[in-house]
Every structure is written in structure tokens, then in C-alpha cells.
Design a protein around this ligand. Structure first.
Ligand code: ATP
Length: 817
């Protein structure tokens, strides 16, 4: 566009012509014939001056013989290669302003167009063309139209020039100054990217208005093309810019990484991972999976967050003990020795463990039940697991399940989550370093159920020998074989273990220890261990068994020995300080009961003493708590009312229901126990269990509640030093309960001499008496299946001092209620 305009030689001329176009006006109006200069690849309009190169032989002859200022007709050949085809019928009459002949017989000339003329007939073809012509008039438009078209064409020209990078913006000013519409049209036609035929179409048009419309059409097309090409260019440029920018940044990063030595360390990481992967014994599928991930790692930048995530994943995956197994020790005697070395007593449990180990040896693979050690805290459940690992020569792993409510804690999070981690099971296996460790699932009963899935279902898969050889951890994303792992669970309350899990496990109950057992455990295990742990020698300290007993009774209150061991630790530390600060202290330092306060502080618990129960309505029950057995008083008192049962002392639902059942049963027994009917109607009974701050629940207090109620209604007190435990039914049957050993120990500690139990608990008691006969030597245990005989046994006859029942519930008081 505007290729002619930008030639400076013409700008001046053009401007002059444009400003005074009338000068060029009617020069050849009367002309009737003219020589023809055939045009091939160029075109000339009236009012325009353009350079041309001419090489057509006939034109050359014409130009050689041409006198200056002779009018000639510039006419477009119909076929540029064959002049015999003739010319388009309208051409431009004009003159040659200047011409120079070139070295090869061609001419460079400057031609000036003046008027349009029509070829009427060709009158000569040699040595050059001549024709009969008639000059054409242009039919002008109204002034309004002219101004409108001028404005429209100038506006489009401006836009086109602005979008054309090769045209200087100065041209806009020149174009804006043109006020001749034909000149503006011709100028644009010459400079637009249109064919010579299209230019001819403009030239031949007599109506100026039509010519303006044709040129506007071409200009709009040109503008649209320019806009599109600008868009494409800018898009291409921005794509290119981005690629260049990325490349540039990457290069910079590379240099920085090299400076920091990070590239090297990344390469090192990948080399090490590849090396570690090579040393793993895994299936081809697993190897391909990890190789692909290492490949991905090598392609990502150390700066990207993905790098760390992927590296951690691979580091974890190749650290897992794929197919690494320890060899089981096959000596069952050695296994027994190790179990005996680590734990005192627990004979039955050790026997069961040895049976388990023996079966394991014979079957080599483990499809049997999962062992679950149940019992109060500190009785050695977890440490037994450790001993089993040592006895088998296996590695040991442990995870605490207390408070686990999310399945992902066991199975891991998918790697797509931020901060994703493998599950605890695989973490444990990684720590153990073999795929067949003894794996303790501690506190399986304390596992919860959250909104993110139930961990029980994950545990079911983990513990199922049929499924756990393809255990899938979400993080690892590839199955891992857990079938060789020896899982052992521990729990405090077997009742709290979800039933499907309980079905897969063999419960082995570990009871609390008697004081005598604790003394032996202390002497053989706890004290020697604390002596070594605190840097002492056996010759430096001696603890008498009376001191140990005092520590058991007055410094701890527990079924196990954990706190007791802590107290020994404290004792050893004070002794160590004494030895270091007073080097002249005579050794060994003897710890007698009197010195305990000096070494480990004041007593924490005072021996509970049986208090004589002076009044009817009070019964003593035995309870089980996680820290051992306990003794609880149940009190009942009658107040005037209308037969309501009031219960206080933070009783749980089960206990409240026991109380209601007990009262109903008692009502049915009224005549047998000599309780007048109005007693139940006209008196309220208030049931209270002291130590109100401690919540109490469970069915085993049923017998005690009934007895207390019966005692209150009958006014018959209970035999002294008597305690009881057992569940009752509405028909007055007595049912067995658990935690017998802890309860018997509590009774013993409390000074109870007679105990009432359910007949079905007899075997439990016999088993306990077998293992520790001395501990319970002075206990009289009575067994019953029904409540009526129990009441007849425990309630003393009505004393003479006691007001007779009939008087206690006088008939006349009925009205006052
Ligand atoms: N019979 C025993 N002989 C020797 N040491 C024992 C015995 N019973 C328990 N211990 C010791 O008591 C400490 C506590 O035991 P452990 O941690 O195994 O208790 P736990 O029953 O697992 O308790 P928790 O239910 O709180 O997990 C250990 O140091 C253990 O060695």
C-alpha cells in the first residue's frame, strides 16, 4: 500500500497535482486517436504520476520515436503474453514526463495520467499500436456525497496506514490534505493490493460515486486482512515470547542450580534411588512402576514442589523391606527361656504363646487367629509382644491405635493430597526393616470411628490372612504383602473391640497382679532394671520386701506395675544423688519402710479400712476399674413419699436400670422378706453410691443394689466384712461377671472376709486360687445362683433394738401420705 507515495521524488509532485488537479483537466478533450503503450504489470490512473519499466518491443519503438508531451494511451493488455488478444477497452490518456533507455533495450520512464479514454478501434499494430479513441467524461457526484466519500476513504486510509508497518505515519497527513475525490480514489487504487483487472474495473466506471464505492469495498477488505494479520502476528509473537522466556528462565535456573551444586545433588538423588531400586527383590511390574517414577523425577526441576513429593515417595518406597525376611529361631526351649527371662509368672499365657510358636514352626505360614492380650494397664501386654519377637528372633514393630478415627491413618493418604503420608502400618514395617516382624497393634479397643471412614474396616483387611498379601496403602499405590507379619493386638476392655475384629482374634486375658506377685516382679525385673538404668550397682542399694510392699500399697494403686516401676526409678535417682553428693555414705544404702518418705516423698494412698456398717440399707460391692479393683458402698434410705426410686451418685444408665429391676424384684419378694405392701407405696427410696464425682456404670453392681434396697426395706443390716458382686435378672437370678481377680484383690486390701459371687464364677476363682493360693487364703467365698438365698444369707436377722417392721410402717400414716 502506498508504494508509489513513499517514493520521495513523487510526493512533492503528487501533492502539487492533488492540490491543483484542475490544471491537468481537459488537455486532450478533442483528441481522436493516439499511440498505445501496452501495460502488463502496471497501471496508471488519471491525475497520477508513476514510474514504469517498459520492455514490450512495440512500446520500445514507440518510446524511441516519441516527441515530448505527445499524448499516448496507456492501455492494459487482455493477455499479458499475447498482444494480439487486444486491450481492455478503457485506458488512461497521458504523457511521458521523462524516459531513459536502459542497457538491454528497456525503458525507465515516468508517466503522468490525465484523462480516461475509450478505444474505439485499433488503427495500427506495427511498429507500435495506434487506436481511434474517444475521451471519457467522469460523471461527478453531489458535493455532499463527495465530502462523505472523501471522509470515508481518508478514514480508512488512515487506519490502513497505521496498521501497515512499512508505511511512515507522515503519509497520513498528506492523504488528509487531498480534497479531490477522483485523485484520492486513484491514489488508493494504485496503492492497494488489487489486481490490474480490478484497477481497470475502477477506471472504466463513469460514475464517480460508483468508483468511490468500489474502492471503499477494496479498502475494507484490505483493512480486515491487515487486522487479521496483526492479530496472528501478535499471537505468534506472544507464543514465541513465552517459549523464549521459559527457555531463558530455565537456562538461568540451570546456572543457579549449578552454582548451588543442586543439579549435582539432584543427579545424586536419582543415581542413589536407581541403585537402591536395583538391589530390591521385587516383581517386574513393581520395578517398572518405580523406574517410571524415577524417570519422572529426573525430568522435574528440583525447584518444583512436585520434586520433593515424588522424591519422598520414592525414598519411602525403596526403603520398604520388599521380600526381606528374618529367619525364625526354631528352638522352643530358647523361646521359653526368653519369655521367662522377661516376665515373671503369667504361666498360662506363656504356655499359650509357646503353643502358638510351636504351631508357627510346623506350619511355617501363619493362618491362625490373631492373639489379643486383654487386661488392665501395666500388666505387660505390650512387653510380652516384645518378648515374643525376641523369642522368635523377629524384628519388632508397634503402633498405638488409641484415638485413631481415620482410615487414612492406617492406609495412608493418596499422593495427590498435600502433605500425604503412608499409613501407620507401612511406616511400622519400614521401621522394622523386615516384612515378617512381630507387629503390636496397641490399644485396639480405643480405636474410634470418625467421619473419614472406619479404621476397623482397614484393620479387618490387615488382619485377614486371605487378603493381607495384597494390602494396598493409598500412598504407596502398589500392593504390599503383609501375610508374613505376626500381628498381636492389646486391649484394656475386650467389650470395646468391634465385633468383626473380635471374631478374628483369640482373647488372652492377663489379670492384675497380687501384692506378692508384684513383689517378685519388682525384685526380679523392675528393681534390677531401674538400678542399671540409673547408673547404680546392685551393691549400692538394697530394698527390703517390706518397703516394696509399702510402695505397692501406699504409693501406687494399680493392677499392673507401671507406676510401681516409676517409683523405683525415682528411688534409684535419689539414691544416685545421695551417693554422688556424699561419697562417704556407707553402702549399700538400705531402703527400709521408714526411709521411703525421705527418698520418694509422702505416701499417696492410705490403706482403705473397712468401716463397720452400723445401719441397715448399706451394702458393699466390688468394682473393676482400669487401675485395679475397688470397693464401693451402696446406700439406700427410705423417706416418706409415694413409692418413687431416686438414684444419685453419677450412676450410669445400666446401673439405674439395675436399680429399677432390683426394686421390682424386691416388690415381688415382699411377703417372703416380710415387707408390708404399703412400704413400697407410701415411702420413697433413695439410692446413693458415694464418691459422687466418679461416674459409675456396669451391671455387676446389681446384687449390691438389691441387697441395699432389701436391707433398707426390711431394716435388717448386713453381715460385717461382707462384699458382693454380680449381675441380677428381673427374676432374681444371679449372673457371672468379669474382673474377678482385681475385685478379690480389692476386697483383700479392704479387709473383707466374706464374698458373695455367682455360682458360675466359681471356676474363675479356682483358677486364680491355683496360681496364687496365698494371696486369697483368708477369703470366704460363697456362691449363689438365686437372689433370695443371697438375701437370706447376707441380711442379719432383725435386731431386738430395731423397731419392728409393722411399727415402722404404721397403717394410720397411710392417710398422711
Ligand atoms: N510379669 C511381669 N514380669 C516382668 N515385668 C513386667 C511384668 N508385667 C509387666 N511388667 C513390666 O511392666 C511395664 C509395663 O508393661 P507394659 O507396657 O507391657 O504394659 P501394658 O499391659 O502393655 O500396658 P498398657 O495397657 O498401658 O499398654 C513393662 O516395663 C513390663 O516389663
Amino acid at each position: 500500500m502506498f508504494r508509489y507515495l513513499i517514493d520521495e521524488n513523487f510526493i512533492a509532485d503528487l501533492t502539487e497535482q492533488a492540490l491543483d488537479s484542475s490544471k491537468m483537466g481537459t488537455l486532450f478533450n478533442n483528441l481522436s486517436d493516439a499511440p498505445i503503450l501496452p501495460l502488463k504489470n502496471n497501471f496508471i490512473f488519471p491525475n497520477t504520476t508513476i514510474p514504469m519499466q517498459i520492455s514490450h518491443p512495440k512500446s520500445v519503438v514507440l518510446l524511441r520515436n516519441l516527441k515530448p508531451k505527445t499524448p499516448i494511451l496507456f492501455a492494459l493488455l487482455k493477455d499479458e503474453n499475447d498482444d494480439s488478444e487486444g486491450f481492455y477497452e478503457v485506458g488512461t490518456l497521458g504523457t511521458v514526463l521523462r524516459s531513459t533507455e536502459g542497457p538491454y533495450g528497456n525503458f525507465n520512464l515516468i508517466a503522468q495520467g490525465k484523462q480516461r479514454a475509450k478505444i474505439l478501434s485499433i488503427t495500427q499494430t506495427d511498429p507500435f499500436f495506434k487506436a481511434k479513441i474517444s475521451v471519457l467524461e467522469t460523471i461527478s457526484a453531489s458535493e455532499e456525497d463527495v465530502q462523505g466519500y472523501l471522509h470515508a476513504i481518508k478514514d480508512l486510509s488512515k487506519q490502513i496506514i497505521e496498521l501497515s508497518p512499512s508505511i511512515p505515519n507522515d503519509i497520513i497527513g498528506i492523504v488528509q490534505d487531498i480534497d479531490s475525490l477522483p485523485f484520492l480514489i486513484h491514489l488508493n487504487a494504485l496503492n492497494l493490493n488489487i489486481s490490474e483487472q480490478e484497477k481497470f474495473e475502477i477506471l472504466k466506471e463513469d460514475y464517480l460515486k460508483k468508483r468511490a464505492e468500489i474502492i471503499l469495498g477494496y479498502m475494507n477488505k484490505e483493512l480486515a486482512t491487515l487486522k487479521l494479520s496483526t492479530q496472528i502476528q501478535s499471537r505468534v509473537r506472544s507464543d514465541l515470547d513465552k517459549t523464549q522466556r521459559d527457555y531463558f528462565l530455565r537456562q538461568q535456573m540451570k546456572v543457579i542450580q549449578e552454582e548451588l551444586g543442586e543439579n549435582e545433588s539432584a543427579n545424586d538423588d536419582i543415581r542413589q534411588l536407581q541403585e537402591r531400586l536395583k538391589n530390591l527383590t521385587i516383581s517386574d511390574e513393581q520395578r517398572t512402576h518405580f523406574s517410571k517414577e524415577i524417570d519422572r523425577l529426573s525430568r522435574s526441576s528440583t525447584f518444583s514442589p512436585d520434586y520433593a513429593v515424588l522424591y519422598n515417595y520414592l525414598d519411602f518406597a525403596v526403603s520398604l523391606p520388599w521380600n526381606v525376611q528374618s529367619h525364625d529361631k526354631s528352638d522352643i526351649h530358647l523361646a521359653k527361656k526368653i519369655l521367662d527371662r522377661d516376665h515373671e509368672g503369667l504361666h498360662k499365657i506363656k504356655d499359650r504363646i509357646l503353643e502358638f510358636i510351636a504351631v508357627l514352626k510346623l506350619r511355617t505360614e501363619l493362618k491362625g487367629p490373631i492373639l489379643c492380650f486383654c487386661g488392665p494397664p501395666g500388666v505387660g501386654k505390650t512387653s510380652l509382644g516384645q518378648s515374643i519377637a525376641a523369642a522368635l528372633g523377629r524384628k519388632y514393630a508397634r503402633i498405638a491405635l488409641g484415638g485413631v478415627t481415620d482410615e487414612a491413618e492406617l492406609r495412608g493418604h493418596r499422593r495427590t493430597y498435600i502433605g500425604a503420608m503412608p499409613g501407620r502400618i507401612l511406616q511400622g514395617i519400614k521401621r522394622a526393616g523386615t516384612m515378617n516382624p512381630v507387629f503390636i497393634l496397641d490399644e485396639i479397643d480405643k480405636m474410634g470411628q470418625g467421619f473419614r471412614g472406619d479404621p476397623t474396616s482397614a484393620l479387618l483387611e490387615i488382619l485377614d490372612p486371605a487378603q493381607n498379601n495384597t494390602f494396598s496403602d493409598h500412598y504407596l499405590d502398589i500392593s504390599f504383602d503383609l501375610s508374613k507379619v505376626l500381628f498381636i493386638a492389646t486391649a484394656n476392655y475386650p467389650d470395646h473391640i468391634p465385633t468383626p475384629l473380635l471374631d478374628r482374634m483369640e482373647i488372652i486375658t492377663i489379670n492384675g497382679y497380687t501384692a506378692a506377685e508384684k513383689i517378685t516382679i519388682s525384685q526380679k525385673h523392675l528393681i534390677p532394671r531401674q538400678i542399671t538404668e540409673n547408673g547404680l550397682k546392685k551393691t549400692q542399694i538394697s530394698i527390703s520386701s517390706t518397703s516394696i510392699l509399702k510402695m505397692i500399697e501406699n504409693y501406687t494403686r494399680e493392677s499392673g506395675v507401671r507406676n510401681l516401676e516409676r517409683e523405683f526409678g525415682k528411688l534409684c535417682r535419689t539414691v544416685a544423688r545421695e551417693i554422688v553428693s556424699h561419697t562417704d555414705t556407707p553402702l549399700p544404702i538400705e531402703i527400709t519402710p521408714n526411709k521411703l518418705t525421705k527418698f520418694i516423698g509422702r505416701e499417696k494412698f492410705h490403706s482403705e479400712e473397712y468401716h463397720k456398717i452400723p445401719k441397715p440399707g448399706v451394702a458393699i460391692g466390688l468394682a473393676w476399674t482400669p487401675v485395679g479393683g475397688d470397693v464401693l458402698y451402696v446406700e439406700a434410705i427410705l423417706t416418706k413419699g409415694n413409692g418413687k426410686l431416686i438414684s444419685t451418685g453419677q450412676l450410669g444408665d445400666v446401673m439405674k436400670e439395675s436399680a429399677t429391676a432390683a426394686l421390682s424384684y424386691l416388690k415381688s419378694l415382699g411377703h417372703e422378706l416380710n415387707i408390708p405392701e404399703q412400704a413400697f407405696k407410701e415411702w420413697d427410696i433413695h439410692l446413693h453410691v458415694p464418691k459422687g464425682a466418679i461416674p459409675k456404670d456396669g451391671p455387676s453392681a446389681g446384687i449390691t443394689i438389691l441387697t441395699a434396697l432389701a436391707s433398707a426395706y426390711t431394716r435388717r443390716p448386713l453381715k460385717s466384712r461382707l462384699a458382693m458382686t454380680g449381675e441380677i435378672t428381673l427374676r432374681g437370678e444371679l449372673l457371672p461377671i468379669g474382673g474377678i481377680k482385681e475385685k478379690l484383690l480389692a476386697a483383700k486390701r479392704f479387709g473383707i472376709s466374706t464374698i458373695v459371687l455367682c455360682e458360675e464364677n466359681r471356676s474363675d476363682v479356682e483358677e486364680i486360687l491355683d496360681t496364687s493360693p496365698k494371696a486369697f487364703a483368708k477369703l470366704n467365698i460363697h456362691y449363689f445362683s438365686e437372689m433370695l438365698p443371697v438375701l437370706n444369707f447376707v441380711l442379719k436377722p432383725l435386731s431386738k433394738k430395731e423397731i419392728p417392721l409393722e411399727k415402722h410402717y404404721p397403717k394410720e400414716e397411710k392417710q398422711s401420705v
